[in-house]
Ligand binder design. Structure first.
Ligand code: AMP
Length: 194
């Protein structure tokens, strides 16, 4: 099974590009943000706790995220030929846990694509999305906090994968198609090396 991670700051286009890649390569798009939002929508007690982290622009604790991801991987349908992890790992502890989770299942990360988008463009995109997304975290105060948390806790994850030779920085500015083409060249190369 091919495993790729798509990462980048909030608003960098991870979700949009993951959907395009999933369709083109017949991979499963696993978005931890979507999983968490559906738990919130269920109205469960856990969902209420998750909602308070998301609405404040904070990360959900690592242990909870690791359990969630582990469970999702263990319930993958057998015909799945690959997954795109969107939004996980977001901390170095999650990256280390992911390695253990995958190794235990005889899997490994094949590539990490980091979408690189200018800071001012991220804010414009997120504010625009907030007009229609209905998301509790697409407002300027939470966006500011999310970008701060990204710089502090998630950017160090890049070094973890740079050191393992799996890191690919991709220019995330331009049209959807231009960005997709750049990502596809990384996927084509890393899939052929598998
Ligand atoms: P996203 O849809 O990827 O932008 O995620 C929305 C929010 O969900 C984030 O701001 C976090 O509060 C939470 N979240 C998603 N993935 C993770 C993760 N791997 N670890 C911790 N929190 C997460």
């Amino acid at each position: 099974m091919y495993v790729m991670i798509i990462c980048g700051a909030p608003g960098s286009g991870k979700g949009t590009q993951s959907d395009l890649i999933a369709e083109k390569y017949n991979l499963l798009h696993l978005s931890t943000g979507d999983m968490l939002r559906s738990e919130v929508a269920s109205g469960s007690e856990l969902g209420k706790t998750i909602d308070s982290f998301i609405s404040n622009g904070e990360l959900i604790p690592d242990e909870l995220m690791e359990d969630l991801l582990c469970h999702r991987i263990d319930t993958l349908e057998p015909h799945i030929k690959g997954v795109i992890l969107d939004g996980f790992p977001r901390t170095v502890a999650q990256a280390e846990a992911l390695e253990g989770i995958l190794t235990d299942r005889k899997l490994k990360v094949d590539a990490l694509v980091d979408l690189d988008v200018r800071h001012d463009e991220l804010i414009i995109r997120l504010l625009n999305r907030g007009k229609t997304s209905g998301r509790s975290d697409d407002n300027i105060d939470t966006i500011t906090q999310r970008l701060h948390v990204y710089a502090e806790k998630t950017m160090p994850v890049n070094n973890y994968y740079i050191n393992k030779g799996m890191y690919h920085k991709v220019e995330g500015m331009g049209t959807r198609q231009e960005i997709l083409d750049r990502i596809c060249s990384v996927i084509d190369k890393t899939m052929s090396q598998k």
